[in-house]
Unconditional design. Structure first.
Length: 401
């Protein structure tokens, strides 16, 4: 069978061959526990600190400002819960946007249930939050403002620098989930001025299960995981040396390759969008086309969401654009997530004003290192056929009602 076209680099990426090669010795020969004071421990400790330095360099942070976590989700949780944990009775209010990743969204939903106040500032129709609306949301009770740097579904870039400035004015913490932006956009924490920033390795050619929270020097947060005191006491547990080493290598490779990647991917992405909008009617392009990641496109096709008869057990039992496109040999994400309870429309697309039916017809294309012009051409060849077929079937369905 022909290899599928992979246009889902925002879901995850393959591990870069150089990254894998760097990691391998740390599974066997270099197996030491970094807390041991003998030679094997020292070897592991040095490797971890070298990796930490590489991750720090990628975002222009100091080495001591990087706390390794199990990924982006844990980094987001740590930023929020760690701020709550240290704030005592300073306040019980958090400001986020209505297009945050679930790792931020659900943590805040949990806090709301526990009696916290959360303001979900709505973004503008182009998927970018108005800085003044963030400012207006801040009260005497606010302890933290958290705004996603680049949205994972629609790729829009938020005015994080301006928001960090406002937080500074009010003397409260600022956090940004920069998971999608790392390796796809230049991130400099000094220039941004945020107190905390989340990153993860597997979205930019590193391994899954490793990420980090940048915590600005002088900004204190409470630990979420207690134990042996690793990671400056903020994140205890024996370090995963191979994953950390892989993360460090991925950061090094990203620094070297990023500019080239951006230059190569943006025209490919633009070709994809142009091809879709000029060959298919009833298309909505989601999110600001200028202020967005170079590798992301998100579009809604109108009038395609079919009703699927029969029992609903597996994700495939529900209508999904991702599943339909997959039949054409192309992997991309849908605008709705299948969960045990059924299909949840994307809160991000709803925030932009899309209807539930429109979200069912959404596709997110995310390009990456191994995306070729042929991949884009094949997608542009298959999509009109797919959309046509679905619209025909939909008409039949409506007629037979
Ligand atoms: C993928 C992602 C996360 C979660 O990171 P994991 O390492 O998979 O836990 C958080 N935020 C954003 C924006 C993401 O895209």
């Amino acid at each position: 069978m022909e290899k599928p076209v992979y246009l889902d680099y925002s879901a995850t990426t393959p591990v870069h061959p150089e990254v894998l090669e760097t990691m391998l010795p740390f599974f066997n020969e270099k197996f030491g526990n970094a807390s041991s004071i003998h030679a094997k421990g020292k070897e592991a400790r040095l490797a971890i600190e070298d990796a930490r330095q590489k991750v720090a360099r990628l975002i222009n942070a100091d080495t001591e400002e990087i706390i390794f976590t199990s990924g982006g989700t844990e980094a987001d949780n740590l930023a929020i819960m760690g701020t709550v944990g240290i704030s005592g009775d300073l306040g019980n209010h958090i400001v986020i946007t209505n297009i945050e990743h679930h790792a931020v969204f659900e943590t805040c939903n949990y806090l709301e249930k526990k009696g916290f106040d959360v303001t979900f500032v709505p973004v503008e129709p182009d998927g970018i939050v108005d800085v003044e609306k963030v400012r207006e949301a801040i009260t005497d009770e606010t302890i933290l403002v958290s705004v996603i740097y680049a949205n994972n579904e629609i790729g829009t870039l938020q005015p994080v620098k301006e928001i960090a400035n406002i937080a500074l004015e009010f003397g409260i913490y600022s956090h940004t989930d920069a998971v999608q932006a790392i390796g796809r956009s230049h991130i400099d924490v000094e220039e941004l001025g945020v107190d905390m920033l989340s990153l993860t390795a597997h979205k930019f050619y590193g391994p899954k299960g490793i990420g980090a929270l940048y915590i600005r020097q002088g900004s204190q947060i409470a630990p979420m995981i207690y134990g042996g005191g690793q990671e400056r006491g903020i994140r205890s547990g024996t370090e995963s040396v191979p994953l950390m080493v892989g993360f460090g290598k991925a950061a090094e490779v990203a620094m070297k390759d990023m500019d080239e990647e951006i230059k190569r991917l943006k025209p490919l992405r633009d070709k994809l969008v142009k091809g879709i909008t000029s060959n298919i009617d009833g298309v909505i392009v989601n999110g600001n086309m200028e202020k967005r990641l170079p590798n992301n496109a998100n579009v809604c096709f109108e009038g395609v969401a079919l009703e699927k008869p029969g029992p609903k057990e597996k994700p495939e039992d529900y209508f999904s654009m991702s599943w339909e496109l997959n039949k054409h040999g192309i992997c991309a994400s849908a605008g709705a997530a299948c969960t045990a309870a059924g299909v949840t429309p994307s809160h991000v697309l709803i925030a932009l004003g899309r209807t539930v039916e429109q979200t069912q017809g959404a596709l997110r294309f995310s390009l990456g290192k191994w995306t070729t012009e042929e991949d884009i051409d094949k997608t542009l060849e298959e999509l009109p056929r797919l959309v046509d077929r679905l619209r025909q079937e939909k008409k039949e369905q409506l007629k037979n009602k």
